[in-house]
Design a binder for this molecule. Structure first.
Ligand SMILES: Nc1ncnc2c1ncn2[C@@H]1O[C@H](COP(=O)(O)OP(=O)(O)OP(=O)(O)O)[C@@H](O)[C@H]1O
Ligand SMILES: [Mg+2]
Length: 319
């Protein structure tokens, strides 16, 4: 049995065929190993290649090159497919079916034993707080309600792994909180979760690991805590100590005067500068407070994307 839930090796996809083939791959040599028991958030701007990746995981499209294995078997393996709960990016629902009827069809397709179907449907409807709409037609549902039904069908087969493309889209803040609770409960019950999202604040509170994709390339991935860990420091300087602020300011990346007359300066990671700062702290005592500065996911995300754009531009200019 594989130690990874999802494992890809140089996975690439270029859409089109022969003359109609796109110039650039939509997914470019993705190598990703996701261990068991984590909630993985897959991030990237529009068109980054997230849905393409998920379609490759689900064997809905074929790779141009590279490999993907899910739960130790190649994507598309019929046994493995039964262990996956999947929410596509734009699920299509028949307008005329009632929620319960739709889930019953899904239960049959998933080959859930007939004796268990009713109970499972009731369970998932309760989980997504849609029990009272079981007998209502899907055609009358709002986008958020349909999203809940989509998530319910993904959980019907008690999956080992949930693969969700933008599950938070269309949900109101209350619905997003409920879905976050569902995902955390699923993780506690031993389900592995892989989902794509644009909602960085939610990803930050839910995920153990993240990956950032941009223009088909994976820019970084790993434990969220270590990616956002200490990056330099923040220094508070007491009011009346303008001379210290002025001395440190040329090395800072950001500085601003506080309402109380003091200063707050931000510094990048730099060992030499840290020594200087520590010496100053020894001399000035309580007039200086040094704190590690951590990034939030939003700042980290934009910095990562901007750095990639700069690098690509420099390469294009041959610098
Ligand atoms: N069927 C297709 N034929 C041709 N090009 C496609 C096809 N599907 C996607 N693409 C292209 O592949 C790239 C990646 O698209 P993809 O849908 O995977 O991005 P995404 O990260 O899911 O974006 P979003 O956040 O908007 O959902 C885009 O440039 C898109 O135009
Ligand atoms: Mg998408």
């Amino acid at each position: 049995m594989s130690e990874y839930v999802i494992s890809t090796e140089n996975l690439s996809k270029t859409y089109g065929f022969l003359f109609w083939k796109k110039e650039k791959p939509s997914l470019d040599k993705l190598t990703l190993k996701i261990p068991k028991g984590v909630v993985f958030g897959f991030l990237g701007p529009n068109g980054a290649g997230k849905t393409t990746t998920i379609k490759l995981f689900m064997d809905l499209i074929k790779p141009s090159s590279g490999t993907v294995s899910i739960l130790g078997k190649p994507a598309g393996d019929i046994e493995v497919k039964r262990k996956i709960g999947f929410l596509p990016d734009a699920p299509a629902f028949s307008q005329y079916l009632k929620a319960y009827e739709f889930l019953m069809i899904c239960a049959k397709l998933l080959r859930i034993p007939s004796s268990e179907r009713k109970k499972r449907i009731e369970e998932v409807l309760a989980k997504v707080k849609m029990t009272e709409y079981a007998k209502s037609k899907l055609g009358g549902f709002s986008r958020g309600m349909l999203q809940r039904i989509g998530i319910a069908q993904a959980m019907l087969n008690k999956p080992e792994i949930l693969i969700l493309d933008e599950p938070l889209t269309g949900l109101d803040p209350h619905g997003r909180q409920e879905l976050k609770d569902i995902i955390i409960a699923q993780k506690k019950a031993g389900t592995n979760v892989f989902f794509s999202s644009h909602i960085l604040s939610d990803v930050e509170t839910m995920c153990d690991q993240i990956g950032i994709l941009h223009r088909g390339k994976l820019l970084c991935h790993g434990e969220l805590n270590s990616l956002l860990s200490e990056k330099g420091c923040r220094v508070m300087i007491a009011a009346g100590k303008e001379d210290i602020a002025k001395e440190l300011m040329p090395d800072s990346i950001k500085s601003h005067k506080l309402n109380n007359g003091g200063w707050e300066l931000e510094f990048d990671e730099d060992e030499k500068f840290k020594e200087k700062l520590n010496l100053m702290k020894e001399k000035e005592g309580n007039f200086i407070t040094i704190m590690p500065s951590t990034e939030n996911l939003e700042t980290f995300f934009f910095r990562t994307i901007e750095n990639n754009i700069k690098t690509v531009n420099l390469n294009a200019e041959g610098i």
